[in-house]
Structures are given as C-alpha cells and as structure tokens.
Design a protein around this ligand. Structure first.
Ligand SMILES: Cc1cc2nc3c(=O)[nH]c(=O)nc-3n(C[C@H](O)[C@H](O)[C@H](O)COP(=O)(O)OP(=O)(O)OC[C@H]3O[C@@H](n4cnc5c(N)ncnc54)[C@H](O)[C@@H]3O)c2cc1C
Length: 389
C-alpha cells in the first residue's frame, strides 16, 4: 500500500467496487478499503436483480447465480394471486460471491483492495476539504492521502457526515427489514413471490426469493410508522411459522433500506456519496444493487476526469449525470411508493380481482394498474393526490 492515491473508496459493496473499477480503468490510482475481513460477507440482501440491470456490468455466471427468474407472483391480502407477464428475466444472486467478483474486476482494472480496513475519519486541509482518510488497517492506525474520497459505506454511512453532508434519512422513508434464508422447503425456483397487506407487511411487502428448489430468502420490509411498534422480525416469524413451519433457518439478518429520493447533496468537500450512502435505492421496490452500481460507475468516471483535469470543482458533474440517468426516475418512483403505501387491504384485493380477469397478454404491471383504476375510479383520486402534492 502507498501513502497517497488519487482516489480512496470506502466500502467494497457493489457501489464501491464499481466506483473503484471505473475510476481505475480511466487510469488514475485507486485504493478501496473494506472494514470486514471478507468482501461480500456478511450478506444483508434479498439478492434479486434484473437481467437487463446486471448485464450492463457483468455477464451472468452460474457461480454467483442462485436462481434464474422468469415469473413473479403478487399475492393480495385475501390470498388472490396474480402472475403478471414478465418480458425479461432476472436472477437471485449469491452476493457473497457476486460482490467478491465485482471487487476482483476492480482489482483487475488496477485498483488496490484492502480488507479489514476500517475508515474512521477524514484527513482535511485548512479549508475543511477532504484530503484523504484515517483508517484502522489490520489494527494499525494509518493515514492515507487522496484527492477524492468516494463514500460507498452503505446505509449507515458516516463518511458523508464527516464531510458535512446531511445524510439523515427520515423515519418515514426508512423500511425496516428482516430476512431469513430457509432450507428444506418447497419453492418454485423460477418465481419471485410478493405478499401484500397490513397483517403481512404494513407499508411494504414480504418476499420469497428462491435459491434453487428447496431454499429461499424469505424477508420483508415494513414502514416503521405503519407497523405501530411491532417489529419486522415479529411479522416475519408469523409468516414463516404458518407457511414454512418445518424449515431449517440458515441465516438471519435485519437492516434498513432507505426508500427515499437521492440525497439532496452527494458531493461536498471532495467527498462523493454513492449507493445506499447516497440513497440511490429504487424507492418503490427497495432494490439498490444495480442502481448503486450505476451511481458508483458515474462517480468513478467523474472522479477520474476531475483528477486528470486537476479540477476538483468538476466533481459536481456527478450530481447532474446521476440525476439525468436515474435520479429523476427515483423521484417518480418515490411518488408511486407514497401512492401504494396509502392503499388499504381492500384496494389491494380489488386490484387483484381486476387483474385476474385480464386476458393473459394484458396482464402486465401497467395493465393491472390501468384495470384497477378503471374498476375503482376513486383510486385515481388517491393516486392523483399524491402526485400533485
Ligand atoms: C433485507 C434487505 C434486502 C434487500 N434486498 C435487495 C434485493 O433483493 N435487490 C436489490 O437490488 N437490493 C436489495 N437490498 C438493497 C441492497 O442490499 C443495497 O442497496 C446494496 O447492497 C447497496 O450497495 P452499497 O455498495 O451501496 O452498500 P453495501 O452493499 O451495504 O456495502 C457497503 C460496504 O461498506 C463497508 N463499510 C461500511 N463502513 C465502512 C468503513 N467505515 N470503512 C470501510 N468499509 C466500510 C461495509 O462493510 C460494506 O461492505 C436489500 C437490502 C436489505 C437490507
């Protein structure tokens, strides 16, 4: 390890590895620090991604794919199930291996990767701008100088705060999640299941994501406000007891997903936020792997350009490019989330009923929504109210 790099990336999740990869491939020097002993572990994720999202960055490979998905099923509170037409396909990953592969690609492009390396503060110049990080590397206090610091340190990000960025996520936008990986169960290995309703996952949804025919990630995200003090774990235990009473529990995790708009500030004092740290998760679905990778790619590219031009004011270009690529869409998805969260169980039930009557070729997500609005015009008002507010 050297004493100085052009760019230091804090965190080796998908967003961090992509930042490091694209910055290094542009020819600048990059160091990526990961606090855990192993890249990719522990996994705190349902691990579902779309094929279209994935192939932007890496070819699907059986070594990091648990299941290939060709269907998804929506289950309403009264138990009606609808299988919308899915034009593309998707995957349930093995993130333990996937994240590791992404870090390997970054290393192949020339980034240095160090694990058991915990960044605990920034180095600052007299103007308060970041000029590197302080880190505990293999238990040794170390100072590493850099021109740019990329904060890819996940949902509990602290690097942004050190740079003076307000990274607070409002409680109403934070989904509280719990997940178990169950084995010894029977699941369709090509289908993602989503369950809705106040008794299952208030203000969110419950998922069953298969990893083969006998194993699945079963988890849920709930709105802390809507759950009325009942924890995500309690909702999950109730579902598992009923649906998979004899399952073996291989892993248990809990964590937050920021279903918010992207942070208002993602660049300050030579620090760039990416991935969950920047709230780049899709607010409707809670999916953040691919969008974090897109954020990481743009940040890595812009940081490398800024270093090569010797013009750090260029870093703000990242904000513009992110907004143009995905940020504006996430603002629309945020409104959709607000609308869906305001649906009662009755609304979900009537959407499912309308959807079941649709001919198969019209049973797309858009088709289902249109049919629901047609059958229940009052819902249009509920949705419109959210969009104009
Ligand atoms: C229960 C659950 C289910 C989910 N399911 C899905 C899903 O099915 N599909 C999907 O697309 N998304 C899902 N998500 C969201 C997805 O996991 C995240 O959006 C994604 O991991 C974000 O990537 P990231 O690189 O920003 O952060 P992370 O993957 O969290 O990586 C951050 C890394 O930074 C490291 N780090 C943190 N602080 C420091 C420090 N100070 N120094 C050094 N290293 C540090 C951490 O150890 C970690 O490795 C889910 C999330 C949860 C909680």
């Amino acid at each position: 390890m050297k004493e100085a790099y052009d760019i230091v990336v804090v965190g080796a999740g998908p967003a961090g590895s992509n930042s490091a990869r694209y910055a290094a491939s542009a020819g600048v020097s990059v160091l990526m620090l990961e606090k855990d002993r192993d890249v990719g572990y522990p996994v705190r994720c349902g691990e579902a991604v779309s094929h279209e999202g994935l192939i932007q960055f890496i070819e699907p490979d059986s070594k990091f794919i648990g299941s290939t998905i060709t269907k998804f099923r929506l289950v309403s509170p009264d138990g009606k199930s609808v299988v919308p037409r899915l034009d593309g396909k998707g995957y349930v990953l093995e993130r333990r291996i996937f994240d590791y592969e992404l870090a390997k690609i970054a290393a192949k492009e020339g980034a240095e990767v160090v694990t058991k390396a915990y960044a605990y503060d920034l180095l600052r110049n007299e103007k308060g701008e970041a000029v590197g990080v302080r880190a505990l590397i293999k238990d040794q206090e170390t100072e590493i100088r850099s021109k740019v610091v990329i904060a890819a340190d996940g949902v509990e990000s602290r690097v942004g705060k050190w740079a003076g960025i307000d990274t607070t996520c409002h409680i109403k936008d934070m989904e509280s999640c719990a997940q178990v990986t169950l084995s010894g169960i029977e699941v369709e290995d090509d289908t993602l299941d989503f369950y809705f309703g106040d008794n299952v996952a208030p203000g969110g949804y419950l998922w069953v994501f298969p990893k083969g025919k006998d194993t699945a990630n079963v988890g849920l995200g709930i709105s802390v406000e809507a759950a009325k003090k009942k924890s995500a774990i309690k909702f999950l235990e109730k579902f598992v007891e009923k649906k998979f009473p004899n399952a073996a529990v291989l892993t248990r995790i809990a964590g937050g997903v920021p279903c918010a708009k992207t942070s208002a500030t993602v660049v300050k004092n030579n620090v760039m936020l990416v991935g969950d740290a920047a709230r780049q998760v899709n607010p409707t679905s809670g999916a953040g792997i691919i969008s974090g990778m897109i954020g990481g790619m743009i940040a890595g590219q812009v940081a490398a350009e800024a270093v090569k031009m010797n013009k750090l004011s260029h870093l703000t270009e990242y904000e513009k490019r992110w907004h143009k690529r995905l940020g504006w869409r996430h603002e629309v998805f945020y409104k959709i989330r607000e609308a869906v969260n305001s649906f009662s169980d009755d609304t979900f039930n009537s959407i499912a009923e309308s959807a079941q009557k649709l001919p198969e070729n019209k049973r797309t997500l858009g088709g289902i929504f249109r049919a629901a609005l047609w059958n229940r015009p009052s819902m249009l008002l509920e949705v419109a109210r959210v969009f104009v507010s």
